[in-house]
Design a protein. Structure first.
Lengths: 110, 115
């Protein structure tokens, strides 16, 4: 079942902060975050594993609440380059598959 | 080091025609994936492979077949294309050393239109 991302879209001024949420109805093993710019391939940002281990980007942080099956991506002091669509991919059991959310479109204005 | 490449970049088919999309990676990755991306729906897994000679079905496998005869290549076939298969197709690969909790590297995509 597809995880739910919120908000669907957000518009910010450069330097403002953003939070993107990903929620699943299933117990999660891990959550993956990717960013996709228009016409390009998705690019890896972050993996959050059950148990607290986090791997990924040094300018973007994230949290993973295993009990609530939720993850949040935090973009601090946003830059123009942060614009794009952010996707979360959730893994509910170790079967080599990620189920992806519909995406959150982030627009950063100067 | 080219990473993940996909051939072709664009293709237009008529209903009922067949075609094969080629994905190649030069990172010695074990796992490879084929996704389709439709507007507003994110990525959906079609088929995947956890090693040479092995394939498995994903979320939306109907109408597609795959083969992984060589570790570096993963082929996606459409035997009889339908307009519902109009989409952008992405291939991805990962090391697979820690199961599937691993970074996926994506190719540039193939934009397919079925008339």
């Amino acid at each position: 079942q597809q995880p739910v991302q919120s908000p669907q879209a957000v518009i910010l001024r450069e330097g403002e902060d953003a939070v993107i949420n990903c929620s699943s109805s299933k117990a999660l093993y891990s959550v993956h975050w990717y960013r996709q710019k228009h016409g390009e391939a998705p690019v890896f940002l972050m993996i959050l594993l059950k148990g607290g281990e986090q791997k990924g980007h040094d300018k973007i942080s994230a949290s993973f609440n295993e009990k609530k099956q939720q993850s949040s991506l935090y973009l601090t002091a946003s830059q123009l380059s942060y614009s794009g669509t952010y996707f979360c991919g959730t893994e509910s059991r170790s079967n080599y598959q990620l189920i992806w959310g519909a995406g959150t479109k982030l627009i950063i204005k100067p | 080091n080219a990473g993940v490449t996909q051939t072709p970049k664009f293709r237009v088919l008529k209903t009922g025609q067949s075609m094969t999309l080629l994905c190649a990676q030069d990172m010695n990755h074990e796992y490879m994936y084929w996704y389709r991306q439709d507007p507003g729906m994110g990525l959906r897994l079609i088929h995947y492979s956890v090693g040479e000679g092995t394939t498995a079905k994903g979320e939306v496998p109907d109408g597609y077949n795959v083969s992984r005869l060589k570790k570096q290549n993963f082929l996606l076939g459409l035997e009889s294309a339908a307009p519902s298969q109009t989409s952008v197709y992405f291939c991805a690969s990962s090391y697979g050393l820690a199961g599937n909790t691993d970074t996926q590297y994506f190719g540039p995509g193939t934009r397919l239109t079925v008339l």
